[in-house]
Design a protein around this ligand. Sequence first.
Ligand SMILES: CC(C)(COP(=O)(O)OP(=O)(O)OC[C@H]1O[C@@H](n2cnc3c(N)ncnc32)[C@H](O)[C@@H]1OP(=O)(O)O)[C@@H](O)C(=O)NCCC(=O)NCCS
Length: 173
Amino acid sequence: MAAFRVRAAEAGDCEEIVRMIRELAEYEKLSDQVKITVEVLRRDGFEESSPLYKCLVVENEEEKQAAGPRLVGYALSFFTYSTWEGRSLYLEDLYIMPEYRGRGLGSRMFAAVAEFCLALGCARLQLSVLDWNQSAISFYRSRGARDLSQEEGWRLFRFLPEDLRRMKANNTG
Ligand SMILES: CC(C)(COP(=O)(O)OP(=O)(O)OC[C@H]1O[C@@H](n2cnc3c(N)ncnc32)[C@H](O)[C@@H]1OP(=O)(O)O)[C@@H](O)C(=O)NCCC(=O)NCCS
């Protein structure tokens, strides 16, 4: 019987986390956008005086000595701030490798994120899901998630560095 442990990520996990970030991006059909490197992930999560994210991983304890993957899932989150309710958590990624799904690991890890969120006194846990990702939408909905696009009409926007540079260049004030 395989044994899995949900634990806080360590600096030495970054290589495997990057591997899973790429797998998730591939699943999301957006892998061309992945620029992150092991070095950047390690610096931002483990070498900054105020780490920029928190990451949980699922470790396959049986594979410690074997050839299979040591880490089979991860959940990466960071603080945001609501001017209405104060400190909040944003869940950037939740991922379990396909061959390890359906045995409760995603639920365990998500429950650990929820616990962590409450322990930090966060007013909210927010996340975004692609509109075609119905299995993830059902996963979150069955745990109480409200669809803000549907219920409140929020839309998600992004600026890229070229947009910012253009604004900076045009800023004569
Ligand atoms: C979402 C995800 C993390 C869930 O992980 P998991 O380990 O399979 O989760 P669990 O085993 O705890 O099962 C979760 C739910 O899926 C259901 N399920 C499990 N295996 C299933 C299968 N083969 N077919 C249909 N439903 C299944 C479970 O019954 C459970 O239902 P519930 O939500 O009513 O409790 C995982 O599917 C995943 O990594 N998906 C791809 C990445 C993704 O979409 N991430 C979220 C957006 S960032």
